[in-house]
Design a protein around this ligand. Structure first.
Ligand code: MG
Length: 175
């Protein structure tokens, strides 16, 4: 098993849509950023990369590269999932906490949970979405996300692979 943790923050800005966990929420302001500013998917991407010691989101998608301007953060998440698979792991569960003054996440938590589960390829029951307001922190102008992930060895996938089949044949010859 492997554990991963990711953190991100983005500043609120007028005139851009608010996208959290791949869901566009009705709000007067969105999150500024080089990509779509999806603070939750960025923290999740870092948590997954960290769990397999594969670096961080900035290493794969440098903010200096114009290619990623306005990019859908699902692309970043897909790369992190690719690194997880490459390392021989699958996602056991995800837990997250969003910290933002507004909008209220509660009414949208189920939609965000379902979308994150869909993007990762797991069930909603494996995705925790929690939210708090930033009491006494002075960060009302920003959205913050903390994400923890647990990975487990993808044993079934490995057995089905070519290497696994060769090993099985070798083993049966010996016997
Ligand atoms: Mg970010």
């Amino acid at each position: 098993m492997r554990i991963g943790f990711g953190w991100d923050s983005h500043e609120f800005r007028s005139g851009v849509p608010l996208t959290i966990g791949g869901v566009t929420l009705p709000h007067a302001q969105g999150l500024a950023g080089h990509s779509d500013g999806d603070v939750l998917l960025h923290a999740l991407t870092d948590a997954l990369l960290g769990a397999v010691a594969a670096g961080d989101i900035g290493g794969f998608f440098p903010p200096s590269d114009p290619k990623w301007k306005g990019a859908d953060s699902a692309i970043f998440l897909e790369e992190a999932l690719k690194q997880v698979r490459k390392a021989g792991y699958s996602v056991a569960n995800i837990d997250s906490t969003l910290i933002l003054a507004a909008p209220k996440i509660g009414p949208h938590a189920k939609a965000i949970q379902a979308q994150v589960a869909k993007l990762v390829g797991i069930s909603p029951g494996q995705v925790g979405i929690k939210a708090k307001t930033p009491e006494g922190m002075g960060t009302d102008h920003a959205a913050i996300a903390h994400v923890a992930v647990l990975l487990e060895k993808a044993t079934r996938q490995r057995k089905r692979g070519a290497l696994g089949r060769r090993k099985a044949r070798k083993h049966s010859t010996r016997r």
